[in-house]
Ligand binder design. Structure first.
Ligand code: PMP
Length: 389
């Protein structure tokens, strides 16, 4: 048969995380710690706002950029919480989740042959976004156990073709949260070498131990060069609602809006109203979820560290643990497969996040404490049954 798929499609593959989610969905009795999604229900006031909006007739297309009242609320939030000054008319776009914010951004700024430096271990979708835009992914391998943003190593990766550096702060899968010094150093390099910085901040609120989260776009020198992506998915347990946003200078925003109009025209207006209720409403629901993640993190890290051959640091942010499993003597893909088949616990192999993720597993703590303890018990039994090394 003639090849009917485009070369563009053939240059990418389905995300390994997506593949696993589909496989685990078909496997009974598995404790799923693989998916990056909060296990909480969307808070009631947000759901009610969507119902009200539907009843009030918010059922038509909106401006591609998003409802003005939502963009204004986002601008206020950015100023108050992130110290980012953004014009809601020309610099903020409401998108179909963080995914469409990222896809539109890559399509808007990357030309074939442009190099995109991405910190690694990394969420695998950046690879797909880069390839689909014709860009060349340049991994910047960061070091275990806490994976700080190493600006010296970054300098070595910069070439005349570097168009953009992608940081995910807080980081999926490592849980790293970058310090003001690391961000300032990155900003200096961006200025010196004239590249863009895309900061994916979808986990900004899920931080622990009083670790502050800083946005690189708040630095004066980054006003024209930073692109900030955020989403309602993780903060408000709204993954299925598909509402996110992207903040960039006027020129880049006009490109992003053009691309987003071809993807989706606009985000469902009732769900934009729900996002408005989320961003302007009480935030005790968010604090409650973050407190629960922290308790789960502390409990699960302690239990994992009681298993011989496993080591796990306490991540500063996100709802992921990234234990070091090199002591098992298995490649991470093999370890994840055996743990899935024999222990009935679904995790993601570290190698899915790039070669520097090898030797680790990603485990989401977006499950009840009972399930997390049971999962660790099953993994402990699996390790005990391994042939002696
Ligand atoms: N960025 C990161 C780092 C993520 O982990 C995810 C979801 N797993 C997203 C962006 C996109 O999420 P959404 O489209 O639901 O906002």
């Amino acid at each position: 048969m003639t090849e009917r798929l485009s070369a563009r499609v053939n240059s990418t593959e389905t995300s390994p995380i997506r593949k696993l989610i589909d496989m685990v969905d078909r496997t009974p009795n598995v404790i799923g710690l693989h998916a990056g999604e909060p296990d909480f229900d969307t808070p009631i006031h947000i759901r009610e706002a969507a119902k009200k909006a539907l009843n009030e007739g918010y059922t038509h297309y909106t401006h591609t950029a998003g409802l003005p009242e939502l963009r204004e609320a986002i601008a206020e939030k950015l100023l108050k919480e992130n110290n980012i000054k953004a014009d809601s008319e020309t610099e903020i776009t409401v998108t179909v989740g963080g995914f469409a914010a990222l896809f539109s951004t890559f399509q808007a700024v990357i030309n074939p042959g442009d190099e995109v430096i991405v910190t690694e271990p990394t969420w695998p979708s950046y690879k797909g976004f880069t390839k689909l835009s014709g860009g060349i992914l340049v991994p910047l391998q960061l070091k275990a156990p806490d994976y700080p943003l190493d600006v010296n190593s970054l300098t070595e990766k910069i070439t005349e073709h570097t168009k953009m550096v992608v940081i995910n702060n807080p980081n999926n899968p490592t849980g790293a949260v970058y310090s003001p010094k690391q961000l300032k150093d990155l900003a200096s390099l961006a200025k010196k070498h004239d590249f863009l910085v895309l900061a994916d901040e979808v986990y900004e609120k899920i931080v622990f131990d009083n670790t502050p989260h800083y946005s690189i776009a708040s630095l004066a020198a980054m006003k024209e060069k930073a692109i900030t992506v955020n989403s309602f998915s993780k903060t408000y347990a709204m993954t299925g609602w598909r509402v996110g946003y992207v903040v960039a200078n006027k020129q880049i925003t006009s490109g992003i809006r053009r691309i987003h109009s071809y993807i989706a025209s606009c985000v469902s207006p009732a769900f934009q109203k729900a996002a408005l209720a989320a961003i302007t409403g009480p935030d005790d629901c968010v604090q409650r979820m973050v407190r629960e993640y922290k308790e789960r993190r502390d409990m699960t890290v302690e239990a994992l560290n009681d298993i011989p051959f496993l080591q796990c640091i306490k991540p500063k942010g996100t709802f992921y643990l990234f234990p070091d499993v090199q002591g098992l003597g298995l490649l991470s893909a093999n370890a994840a497969e055996q743990i899935l088949k024999k222990a009935k616990v679904a995790t993601i192999p570290g190698s899915a996040f790039g070669s520097s993720g090898e030797g680790h597993l990603r485990m989401a703590i977006a499950a009840s404490k009972k399930d997390l303890l049971e999962a660790v018990k099953r993994i402990a039994n699996f390790v005990k049954a391994l042939p002696s090394r």
